[in-house]
Design a protein around this ligand. Structure first.
Ligand code: GLN
Length: 507
């Protein structure tokens, strides 16, 4: 497994008490997220202002893209568990993602609905979708592999890693948003590609820091030719290229995606339940079901939260007074506010959990999820109240900051907690698949988000009240569901058998 003895020894060094591999993954994921969120910040405007999509179709396509990037990680997770191991999967994923961003940059063309260049754009989206499938779940699995399951540094490691995600999430929209909206779309998308390339270079260069973790489970088998002189590994890569072509063909029929998504999600969950029920003992089985409970809350949370890049982005563009110190701030730049707050608040939340833990009051993962849903709902209600107070005038920008503040607190109760819980609750042989399913549920959330965004209509003056009406309904809904989750949290916690994890040692 290990690269070389001296390499391992050197890599065994720690920084801030954590293996150096954590920081490699921090930066690699930072650059990947830089490219993802940078591109996404200008995507809805690129669709409506450059390719001249109507709002309805633009939201649908946006929803299809942002859900597809989270569907493919199930396949990527499975392939890594069985064949590639997470390290190779992350590497190949980064290559596809970088190619995708550069492809958007070079296929800008003259724009409009009849543009031939739309084909290149769809192909680029398909490449990013496949690449994210290989990368996203597996890079989190790699973080988990640096620690044993009862290592107390595990949760803090995920908090640090989450900071990396959000450093990228903050810088991406600022740089790609500025370049894309003010200088030209290609510049924004090209910058996203450069970011991913930097991440790849670091990932290859600093490989020894991973201390041989995340390698293929059966390396010899992976290299052995199986068909047409191609090894298992190369067959997988060939399959990925075919996957790009398939997605390229279907992405234009975004409507179909919802059904396909539901069918695929149902099959995946059934497969996990079947494997869990037929192969695992009571404790592992309970834990897997607890993981599935947490996963089941994802579609709702992200469905609401992910108004960010679509309806909230357009609301900010049209209905908010974006003048700050005399400068009309481009709407896409507000996409980085959430990540900025994460970076500010994540250490405070880590401190809060530790303080509560000392008093034996730290909420369980399911309880944190309940609180997250409540905070998410409150965020919407605050924006609605602000817009109502402004009446006919543009909504003061303060309320955009406030909704992002509440949503960030919600996210901190939800997302890093969930990532850590997945790697802790899953049995090792299914960890990639379970992490993939976590993102698959996020995909459902993104698709629902697209539908909600369509329901907001967020159009002309009359449309504003429609947006606010939808926001206030989903706000209340989220608060009620969050309350119910808090009620059942103690039962789910019992199924996690945390007392036993302390005595199990698993690298
Ligand atoms: N912002 C986090 C990330 O990009 C979580 C996204 C998600 O799970 N939908 O990784």
């Amino acid at each position: 497994m290990a690269t070389s003895i001296s390499g391992v020894e050197a890599a065994g060094k720690t920084w801030l008490g954590h293996p150096r591999g954590l920081f490699l993954l921090f930066f690699a994921e930072m650059w990947e997220r830089f490219s993802y969120y940078g591109m996404r910040a200008i995507l809805i405007f690129y669709l409506t202002k450059h390719f001249l999509f109507g709002e309805d179709r633009a939201y649908l396509l946006y929803g299809a893209y942002t859900s597809l990037v989270y569907i493919t990680p199930v396949i990527g997770g499975y392939l890594a568990d069985r064949f590639l191991g997470p390290r190779k999967a992350v590497l190949v994923g980064g290559v596809f993602i970088a190619i995708g961003h550069f492809l958007i940059a070079i296929t800008e063309g003259p724009g409009g609905q009849d543009s031939f260049f739309l084909n290149g754009f769809y192909l680029a989206l398909a490449s990013i979708i496949v690449g994210t499938g290989f990368l996203k779940a597996n890079i989190s699995v790699l973080v988990g592999e640096l620690y044993s399951r009862n290592d107390p540094r595990r949760d803090p490691a995920f908090s640090i890693f989450y900071m990396g995600i959000n450093m990228g999430g903050m810088l991406g929209p600022i740089i790609c948003g500025l370049l894309g909206e003010l200088y030209g779309w290609s510049w924004g998308f090209g910058a996203a590609g450069v970011g991913m390339l930097l991440g790849l270079v670091m990932f290859v260069w600093l490989k020894p820091w991973l201390m041989g973790r995340g390698e293929p489970p059966a390396p010899v088998q992976l290299r052995t030719p199986v068909a047409a002189g191609l090894s298992q590994e190369w067959l997988i890569y060939l399959g990925a290229v075919l996957g790009v072509v398939a997605i390229w063909l279907v992405i234009r029929y975004a409507e179909l995606l919802g059904y396909a998504l539901i069918a695929f999600a149902a099959l995946t969950v059934l497969y996990i339940v079947w494997r869990t029920a037929s192969t695992l003992g009571k404790v592992d089985r309970d834990r897997m079901f607890a993981a599935l409970f947490l996963i089941a809350l994802n579609p709702l949370f992200w469905g609401l939260f992910e108004q960010t890049g679509s309806s909230l982005n357009i609301f900010t563009d049209r209905n908010v007074d974006r003048n700050i110190l005399g400068w009309e701030v481009p709407a896409s730049m507000f996409q980085s506010v959430n990540s900025f707050f994460i970076i500010m608040l994540a250490p405070l939340f880590a401190l809060l959990w530790t303080m509560l833990d000392k008093r034996r009051l730290e909420p369980s993962s399911p309880a944190k999820f309940g609180v997250g849903l409540i905070l998410c709902g409150v965020g919407f209600l605050v924006l609605v109240a602000g817009a109502a107070m402004a009446g006919e005038d543009l909504t003061p920008v303060l309320f955009v900051f406030l909704i992002y503040l509440f949503h960030t607190m919600a996210e901190l109760c939800f997302s890093p907690v969930g990532l850590s819980a997945m790697t802790r609750l899953s049995v090792p042989s299914m960890v990639g698949l379970v992490m993939g399913t976590w993102f698959l549920a996020t995909a459902a959330g993104n698709f629902i988000a697209g539908l909600i965004a369509r329901a907001t209509g967020s159009g002309d003056a009359a449309g504003v009240s429609q947006v606010l009406d939808v926001y206030s309904r989903i706000g209340w809904f989220s608060i009620v569901v969050g309350g119910l989750v808090l009620l059942v949290a103690p039962y789910v916690k019992r199924m996690m058998h945390l007392d036993l994890i302390a005595t199990e040692d698993k690298p």
